[in-house]
Design a protein around this ligand. Structure first.
Ligand code: CTP
Ligand code: MG
Length: 230
């Protein structure tokens, strides 16, 4: 039970607007959460803990039928959902991945690369891709104040990989900050690790690991699945 993946799947999918948790939305006839879990297992993950929307645990379990996964209730925000799954990690976990259910088409090769990099000694690892758009800074009125030099910038995806002690420590620190009323501004797990001074390594990401957020993204995912393996 050495490589375990946490799948935060407890979001409500407001921007997708289907009136159901996003993880339960279908892509090519299969739920996003099932696709995400299958990609992780194909990428060499030994065990998966899914954080489901509280109250929808049984529906998520049913969507994952025949897959050996553990389902726990998630929380109001993503950090809380990851925390809930962290508390349920099996004994003997060495490498832990955190992977959004919404990145359901992430190729297994990316999963493998992240695991390998953690196994090679990196405490925190993220898949990164180049930024394609030109980036500008704007003022509150929307007027451009600067063009950001794109060199040296990366867009990061999931799965993000950690040695288990690092991820636990990063989340404990974030919990303590929150309890003290301080804001936690990190938007990903690697950000929590960075905040405690951990160096975060990158491996090449993949455009297919994009996050399904809007109806356009869902149409794109559907089209990719229909087109078959690329
Ligand atoms: N997530 C979670 N628990 C939450 C919020 C989000 O586990 N309380 C998960 C989502 O299920 C998703 C991932 O974190 O797999 C990324 O979140 P996002 O894309 O924002 O998904 P939703 O929160 O479902 O979407 P929206 O913000 O549009 O409601
Ligand atoms: Mg959200």
């Amino acid at each position: 039970m050495s490589v375990v993946a946490i799948v935060p799947a407890a979001g409500r999918g407001e921007r997708l607007g289907l009136g159901l948790p996003k993880a339960l939305a279908l892509v090519g006839g299969l739920t996003m959460v099932a696709r995400a879990v299958d990609g992780l297992v194909e990428g060499g993950v030994d065990h998966v803990v899914v954080a489901a929307p509280p109250g929808d645990e049984d529906t998520v379990r049913a969507a994952l039928a025949h897959r050996a996964v553990q389902v726990v209730p998630g929380a109001d925000d993503r950090v809380g959902s990851v925390d809930a799954a962290l508390a349920a990690l099996p004994a003997g976990t060495e490498v832990v991945l955190v992977h959004d259910a919404a990145r359901c088409l992430c190729p297994p090769a990316v999963v493998r690369a992240v695991v390998d990099a953690v196994r090679a000694g990196h405490r925190a690892v993220v898949p990164a891709t180049a930024v394609a758009d030109t980036l500008k800074r704007t003022d509150p009125a929307g007027v451009v104040t600067a063009t950001v030099d794109r060199r040296g910038l990366a867009a990061v995806q999931t799965p993000q990989g950690f040695d288990v002690a690092t991820l636990r420590a990063a989340h404990e620190r974030a919990r303590a900050h929150r309890a003290a009323g301080e804001p936690v501004t990190a938007t990903d797990d690697a950000g929590l690790a960075e905040a405690m001074g951990v160096s975060v390594a990158t491996v090449p990401g993949d455009p297919r690991a994009f996050k399904v957020t809007t109806p356009l993204d869902l149409a794109m995912a559907e089209a990719l699945v229909t087109a078959g393996p690329a």
